[in-house]
Design a protein around this ligand. Sequence first.
Ligand SMILES: NC(=O)c1ccc[n+]([C@@H]2O[C@H](COP(=O)([O-])OP(=O)(O)OC[C@H]3O[C@@H](n4cnc5c(N)ncnc54)[C@H](O)[C@@H]3O)[C@@H](O)[C@H]2O)c1
Length: 494
Amino acid sequence: MSKNISNEPLKASVIQPGFDRSGLTSRIVHLGFGAFHRAHQGLYTSEMLALTGSDWGICEINLFGGEELIKQLRQQDHLYSVLEKDAANPVVKISGAVTESLHPELDGKQAVLAKMADPEIEIVSLTITEKGYCADLSTGHLDSNNGLIKADLSHPSEPQSAIGYIVEALRIRKENGDKPFTVMSCDNIQGNSHVARQVVLDYAAELNSDLHDWIESEVTFPCTMVDRIVPAITEESSAALAEQLGIADPCGIVCEPFRQWVIEDNFVSGRPDWGVAGATFVEDVIPFENMKLRMLNGSHSFLAYLGFLGGFKYIYQTMADKDYRTAAHKLMTDEQATTLSMPEGTDLTAYANLLINRFANTAIAHETYQIATDGSQKLPQRMCESLRYHFAKGNSVTWLTLGLAGWMVYVGEKDERGGSIEVRDPMLSEIRSQLAGAKSPEQIVKALLSIEQIFGTDIKQNQAFVEQLIQAVANVKELGARGAVAAALAKQTN
Ligand SMILES: NC(=O)c1ccc[n+]([C@@H]2O[C@H](COP(=O)([O-])OP(=O)(O)OC[C@H]3O[C@@H](n4cnc5c(N)ncnc54)[C@H](O)[C@@H]3O)[C@@H](O)[C@H]2O)c1
């Protein structure tokens, strides 16, 4: 066996799981062993286990990609490391919550389904990215034109999509007379588990009405608000982690010290006491989700498009630019916080200040390009909902408009230096076909606003906004992104 974190001595400063892993049972299946889950739910679970001595282990499953990661995880006894990093005080923790792992390419689809259908599994949690839900996010319903869904509906016992796996596993449970599992989404989607519930029910309805009704009445889908900045691992961050650990960890991940997890307390049967590790259980997660999606993620998208176009590789570099920093803060406080209705005592100004400081952490190399991916899936909940709120009130929307203009220029696939941008987005072909022949800012804006899956049918009806957006696109194209941000600030202070 190769040398790895499970069989080699680690530096004394490394924080070990601190509990007996042999007592764990797989009671959670997690779909999406990506960067975020490892640094968030995986670590919360490990810390909860150390504090409670309970047996809630996780079976990790990647449905798409990540075969090598799963193989590597197995070689190191399902242990992995997390470096929590700010400039002053790096901390490395070993997560011990993972009991086993599966991958359809390595183990076959039936092994994955058998694990999910095992009545010992009480929770199926998800970080499968927005596109994993196969939803039309403008309606919240299943996208019946999605290729994976079409294929799964024709062969439901050989699924490919996460939704297909969940419904087939629930079908087996029902057939066997077993209780169902809870489905808990931890993706950054507004009403994340409500979306999961809707697509699962839409899919089940296509197959069998009894199954649909059983899922509707028996399965719970608690929403969650998740927060921690976890950039994709790079050679540089991997080397920084190895330095702190004393050995390389191909499953390791680097993140910021901050983390937050708010969970709707609505589980079919049991749930771990994640509260001891700092999670908060509430009756209604939606206000917290909206706070985070609009203030954090909305300003992240703003910085990603305008930052990338302006030549900034990392978010912390955009924060070192006074104009971008001020603009992001104004977006948060003037145009996102104002749309929220929070429980009493929530201090949104303090939250905005905390976000600006987190974005400025130079130890976290979060690429603008990474945050810019999949914009079509992200903009509806990060920006469009706030636009609708302001339209109804007749408020001005300088920063939301500029952020959307940044996206519209970005998806044109040309950067400011004449180079091409490799846009990653599941709707890229539709975006391209809409943009075909569109040259002027007016043509670009009208072409893109007509994509109803992103902008609905209403946003393009607001003529004053459309004019403002055309001007913002013209500014980004003529002045460059940095010039457009500076011009918008100058206009506001005049
Ligand atoms: N990285 C962050 O800072 C962060 C913060 C908060 C929330 N999130 C949420 O976590 C999600 C995952 O982010 P990440 O950083 O772990 O990304 P990642 O690229 O490291 O992992 C993506 C995971 O999604 C799975 N996946 C991708 N497409 C899928 C599909 N069509 N069906 C099923 N599974 C699919 C992959 O197998 C992989 O495990 C994001 O989409 C976001 O909603 C991330």
